[in-house]
Design a protein around this ligand. Structure first.
Ligand SMILES: Cc1ncc(C[n+]2csc(CCOP(=O)(O)OP(=O)(O)O)c2C)c(N)n1
Ligand code: SF4
Ligand SMILES: [Mg+2]
Length: 317
């Protein structure tokens, strides 16, 4: 080809990316919505890690929170309600080279998407799940979600929700082979950023439940903890969230928790007097399904055929 390179061999000239390079469309979330803070943290992480935009993908389901991919100037898939995770698993099984985030809501992940959520945690493929939990279906205007507290009124339960809420952290900790389970709050940017960063750096499925303010429908839910940080319990450990000492000091309530201690993680997850934030559990050695499914990648058609024939030779017809 007279010295011309194939398209995929051309290494794009890299310039240093600034924050604006990762900003997509103008967000249409309500003013004061916690989703803005999460978007800002992910854009900062992308800038700090200099993630190539053409090698970064954000996958979401449906909901206010699931509008996330539109606001990142990267690749993105705004899929179907509850279906972000199977799509993300499919992408990851073919594309080990991408940087991947999944944005989902408490309805998207913990109601219609529950089966996919459980199995994605167990498959432990390498991406970060951001569960933006505002305790309500926001986009469809105020219906009870699985994380809505009992007694809370909504359009679907005008006299108050019947049941105790599902606890996403307890559920995630109960899934076999989960490898990273954390919780943070959208109203403390350093902790939010550090948690997303630790999740991104973890190899495997990192699951973060983000307590997310929805000023439109559930403004009262997290307001007390926002005004009084003693309602938040900082889980501190060298293997957890890397917060600098002055930033830690604003949390009066602190506990040393080793993310390798699953029993203690479960006890902390069950606490109802405070919101524990930090890494509940981490296992760097959990098996990853993406590693197994990538085995055939890069083989030529002839090599694939030879492998199929070799496998078939094991059967007597
Ligand atoms: C199959 C299907 N069922 C229902 C809906 C309607 N629907 C769209 S978003 C949504 C709930 C979103 O709640 P959540 O995931 O918590 O996101 P939020 O808007 O609170 O960020 C529902 C029920 C849909 N789009 N598709
Ligand atoms: S309805 Fe709630 S979750 Fe949706 S954009 Fe507005 S504040 Fe955010
Ligand atoms: Mg919601």
């Amino acid at each position: 080809m007279y010295g011309l390179k194939q398209e995929w061999e051309i290494e794009p000239q890299r310039k240093e990316c600034v924050l604006e390079d990762y900003m997509g469309a103008e967000p249409r979330w309500c003013p004061g919505c916690g989703d803005h803070a999460v978007l800002n943290a992910v854009q900062r992480l992308a800038r700090d890690k200099q993630l190539p935009r053409e090698k970064t993908v954000v996958v979401s389901g449906i909901g206010c929170s699931s509008r996330f991919p539109h606001y990142m100037n990267t690749y993105g898939l705004h899929t179907l309600h509850g279906r972000a995770l199977p799509v993300a698993c499919g992408i990851r099984s073919r594309r080990p080279d991408l940087h991947m985030f999944v944005a989902t809501g408490d309805g998207d992940c913990c109601a219609i998407g529950t089966a996919h959520w459980i199995h994605a945690l167990r498959y432990n493929m390498d991406f970060t799940i951001l569960l933006l939990d505002n305790n309500i279906y926001g986009l469809t205007k105020n219906q009870t979600s699985p994380t809505t507290r009992s007694g809370e009124r909504s359009n679907t339960h005008p006299k108050g929700s019947f049941f105790a809420p599902l606890h996403p952290i307890s559920v995630a900790l109960g899934v076999a082979n989960r490898s990273f389970v954390a919780q943070t709050i959208d109203w403390n940017p350093p902790h939010l950023y550090a948690t997303i960063r630790a999740a991104y750096e973890h190899k495997g499925t990192s699951f973060i439940r983000i307590l997310q303010r929805c000023p439109h429908f559930t403004s009262h839910v997290f307001a007390p903890a926002q005004q009084d940080l003693s309602q938040v319990l900082l889980m501190d450990h060298a293997d957890g969230i890397a917060l600098e000492e002055p930033l830690k000091r604003i949390f009066r309530n602190r506990i040393v928790h080793d993310p390798a201690n699953l029993g203690e993680a479960r006890e902390l997850a069950d606490r109802e007097d405070v919101y524990p934030i930090g890494v509940f559990y981490k296992d760097n050695n959990a098996r990853r399904y993406d590693e197994a499914t990538q085995q055939g990648l890069g083989k030529t058609p002839a090599e694939k055929l030879a492998a199929v024939e070799k496998a078939l030779a094991n059967f007597v017809l």
